[in-house]
Design a protein around this ligand. Structure first.
Ligand code: 6PG
Length: 230
């Protein structure tokens, strides 16, 4: 396991350091492959980071974008991760719409998930995502994988899964599976606030497995950067 931890002292530093890392990973991928694939999580923490990144100079036309997870809700709802990304990163970054792969939540949920899995498979046919952002819920969830994470989300059978939560906004969720999340080339973990420090510390001291702590699978993968402000 290789974890780079960048501890920042204030909100602005947290935003800038996180956007710097994203920019640098995307620039390396663009230089190497001529294109970059970026997967974004939702939540409140990354909003200003996505906004900052969107204002950076990058070959946006060669960057492809998808969501690590989303809520099964209209794309213009305030709880939608699509809306979040459209109002932050995409409000500034000139990414062509044909490079934006989001789930079509106007479809019935199982059709929406099946279509999203097909679209992601196509997106990843030449290479795996260069970078994924992830948060960590205070219950230990990442993306929309809520502990205890079931065997179907831990295995390779499904690329995208339907999960549910009664503790956070919007009951029905769709999420990329844990193996697919772990397969990305780089992961950026964004943790802000004392609650996140508490859950991070609890995970570090816990012997429980990935079903309780899906983040542990990501940490086993190598290239992981943790940026904190706590
Ligand atoms: C989402 C997420 C989720 C998020 C964590 C942390 O859509 O909500 O992808 O996994 O990253 O819940 O969210 P906060 O940044 O709001 O604490």
């Amino acid at each position: 396991m290789h974890l780079d931890h960048i501890a920042t002292d204030n909100e602005q530093e947290f935003i800038l350091a996180s956007a710097d890392i994203m920019q640098s990973i995307l620039e390396s991928a663009l230089a190497e492959d001529g294109e970059a694939i970026l997967g974004l999580s939702g939540g409140s923490t990354p909003k200003p980071i996505y906004e900052e990144l969107g204002n950076r100079e990058l070959e946006w036309e060669n960057i492809k974008l998808f969501l690590v997870d989303d809520r099964y809700i209209a794309a213009d709802s305030s709880d939608s991760n699509q809306k979040l990304v459209r109002e932050t990163l995409l409000a500034h970054a000139q990414i062509p719409e044909s490079n934006v792969v989001f789930p079509d939540t106007s479809l019935p949920i199982e059709a929406c998930i099946a279509q999203y899995a097909t679209d992601l498979q196509k997106l990843w046919s030449n290479k795996l995502p260069d970078l994924l952002t992830l948060g960590l819920g205070e219950d230990g969830h990442i993306a929309s994988l809520f502990p205890p994470v079931g065997a179907d989300a831990l295995g390779d059978e499904h690329l995208v899964l339907h999960t549910t939560t009664d503790q956070f906004a919007v009951h029905d969720r769709m999420t990329v599976s844990l193996n697919a999340i772990a397969a990305a080339q780089n992961h950026l973990l964004l943790l802000k606030g004392e609650g996140k420090k508490a859950v991070w510390d609890e995970m570090q001291h816990s012997n429980d497995d990935v079903s309780r702590w899906p983040m542990k699978r990501v940490l086993e993968t190598g290239a992981v950067t943790l940026v904190t402000y706590w």
